[in-house]
Structures are given as C-alpha cells and as structure tokens.
Design a protein around this ligand. Structure first.
Ligand SMILES: N[C@@H](CCC(=O)N[C@@H](CS)C(=O)NCC(=O)O)C(=O)O
Length: 199
C-alpha cells in the first residue's frame, strides 16, 4: 500500500504530478512505463499515463490526480483561495493541458519544413499571449498554483525533450520561466524535476 505513480521522466503530464507531490511533500514510488507498459494496463485498464495507485485506488489523468491529492493533502494548496480565482486557475490548467500541449505536439511532429514553419508560427502566437499574461506578475495568483505548474511543464518539455527555446523577444515569459526554474530548484531549464524531491 502507499502511492505509486505510473509515469515516465520525460512526460510533461507526469512532471506536473511530480511537482504537486513535491509541493505537498508526499512520499511515493514510481513505476517507469517506458520499461514495461503491461502493469499500467493491468492496473488502470488503459494505456495513458500518468496514473496514480493510491492505496489500491486508481486515479487517471494529471488533472484528476492533482485534484485528488489536494483533497487528501490540503497543505500547500495548489489552488488560489477565492472561488473566482480558482475557476480561472482551472481554466488555465485546461488551456495548457489541451491548447498549449496540442501546439507543442504539432510542432514536434511536423514532418515537412512548411508544416514546421506553420507549427512554429502557431506556437509563437501562444508565446506572445503568455508573454502578455505574465507582464508584471511574479505568480498569477500571488503564489505557485496548478495553473503555473501546468503551463510550466508544457513549456519546459520544449527545453528538456524538443530542444527548442522560447524566443528572447518574450522577455516577460522568459523571466517567469526563470522564476519557476528557481522555485523548482532546477539548475537549468534543460533539467527535469526528479521524482521524490520536495520544495
Ligand atoms: N489529459 C491527460 C493526458 C495524458 C497523456 O496524453 N499522456 C501521454 C504521455 S505525455 C500518453 O499517455 N501517451 C501514450 C498513449 O497515448 O498511449 C493527463 O493530463 O494526464
């Protein structure tokens, strides 16, 4: 019994959950699904990860895992205090898990120079949106919430796996990425958040 995270080190959704576990200082073990996928399928009845085994209870999807952990371990909350801010925070989490993730996936998978160029242009629009969003803000709701964690882990994947950097013209976004890097105790943006750390 205890907590087991079915994950890979490189997946952005798995990194999102590792950060929530680290913030709340929750002990857990990992199962690397790159080495073997069948135990994940046997336990959860599907192939996607992250999946959390919480004392035998199966929780699938980074958003549901994060919300579940918040219920069980309310310390160091991942949500802002006011209901309206919490609604906005959840919308931002969803935007980054779906919209930002899709743009990054399309860029990574583009097979022709034209497709790559189009995908880069689309990604550039989202960078600009985020650059405006983070202007003059250390953290969106005064402290690190699931919105920051979700946005950061998507963008961080560009550095750790895609080997692509946010352009220097997005100074506000880059400043925020660096604040997140420091908060998460990463030496560089090319390091990923290890399992078992705490902040
Ligand atoms: N919405 C899900 C997305 C999970 C997801 O897409 N995971 C990818 C890894 S990053 C995956 O499982 N890919 C393998 C597959 O689709 O078989 C979440 O937030 O956990």
């Amino acid at each position: 019994m205890g907590i087991r995270l079915y994950q890979t080190q490189t997946s952005m959704f798995c990194e999102k959950v590792r950060i929530v576990l680290a913030m709340k200082k929750i002990p857990y073990e990992i199962f690397d699904v790159r080495e073997k996928r069948q135990p994940l399928v046997d336990f959860s009845g599907q192939k996607k990860f992250p999946v959390m085994d919480y004392n035998g209870k199966c929780v699938i999807d980074s958003t549901f895992i994060s919300a579940f952990l918040e219920e069980q371990y309310p310390q160091n909350s991942i949500y802002p205090d006011s209901p309206s801010d919490k609604g906005l925070c959840l919308m931002l989490e969803d935007w980054s898990d779906e919209v930002l993730n899709q743009a990054i996936r399309t860029f990574r998978r583009a097979e022709t120079p034209e497709a790559k160029k189009d995908a880069e242009k689309n990604l550039g629009i989202l960078f600009k949106t985020l650059d405006q969003f983070f202007t003059g803000k250390d953290f969106l709701f005064g402290r690190m919430t699931i919105a920051e964690i979700a946005i950061f882990t998507q963008l961080h994947y560009l550095y750790t796996t895609v080997k692509y950097e946010i352009p220097a013209s997005c100074a506000n976004l880059l400043g925020w990425m660096d604040r997140m890097r420091q908060k998460l105790k990463l030496g560089s943006l090319t390091d990923s958040v290890p399992a078992g750390t705490s902040f």
